[in-house]
Design a protein around this ligand. Structure first.
Ligand code: UDP
Length: 234
């Protein structure tokens, strides 16, 4: 039974039915899933991606510096975090958006103490801005944050129900890994489910990672109660 989890939700997942932007219906659905976890007295921190708007590495060039492109990516995560926070609150979940980039007018600034306070008061903390630094993604930001806030586990939501040796959407013979060691996950070039930087960081501090399918109802709550879900990297 986990007491505090870091949930990493990519921008792509938040786009739901759409090609880009935030799908409010998908966000509402996520709120309902998170509510089941809160009912288990588990504290939840959410790191949102921004890929439904843009990713820095893709937009850099033609005059846009990589650092600026990453700043734009961080803004994208901010848009998701703000929308998600409102939808969570609308669903009666006590939620706070904390931003790692200074944006006092739109969100409280992230600090370790403030995040702890909100979590201890039973609020879901949604983090905007990733790590607040360029050249990394929200996967790596999620790993840092999970360590900083002493989470029991990093849960990364994906489209498929875990890690496979090839793309199960393209290859019917694809084999699912129920468990993986950090070593295997880092060294196997075919495993692209999470940034190597994030994996390396989790490995160094023995922070387990669960890769699971978001769209299966009850999956997060099941994992929190100790049931095996998706693929565990430990
Ligand atoms: N980003 C960044 N630093 C961080 C987190 C994110 O610079 O700590 C930028 C980066 O450009 C990234 C973008 O924000 O591409 C959106 O995040 P990400 O690609 O992780 O989103 P996801 O693929 O999870 O939706």
């Amino acid at each position: 039974m986990y007491k505090r989890i870091l949930l990493k939700i990519s921008g792509e997942q938040l786009a739901g039915e759409y090609d880009s932007g935030l799908d409010p219906a998908k966000a509402k659905w996520l709120a309902e899933e998170v509510k089941k976890v809160i009912d288990q007295d588990c504290q939840v921190i959410i790191m949102v991606g921004g890929g439904n708007y843009l990713r820095g590495a893709q937009i850099a060039g033609h005059g846009i510096k990589r650092t600026t492109a990453d700043h734009m990516g961080m803004m994208a995560t901010m848009m998701n975090a703000l929308g998600l926070t409102d939808i969570f609150e609308h669903e009666d979940i006590k939620t706070r958006c904390l931003s790692t980039i200074f944006a006092e007018q739109v969100a409280e600034s992230f600090s370790h103490r403030l995040a702890e306070k909100h979590l201890e008061n039973g609020r879901v903390v949604i983090v905007a801005g990733g790590s607040g630094r360029p050249y990394v993604t929200t996967d790596t930001a999620a790993a840092i944050l999970a360590l900083e806030l002493g989470c029991d586990v990093i849960m990364k939501a994906t489209k498929v129900d875990g890690v496979y040796d090839s793309d199960p959407a393209k290859n019917t013979d694809a084999k699912k890994f129920e468990k993986l060691s950090f070593q295997e996950a880092v060294e196997n070039d075919k495993i692209k489910v999470m940034d190597k930087a994030a994996l390396g960081m989790a490995m160094e501090q023995s922070m387990p990672i669960i890769i699971f399918e978001l769209d299966k109802p009850g999956n997060i709550a099941r994992a929190v109660s100790g049931e095996h879900v998706g693929t565990t990297i430990s």
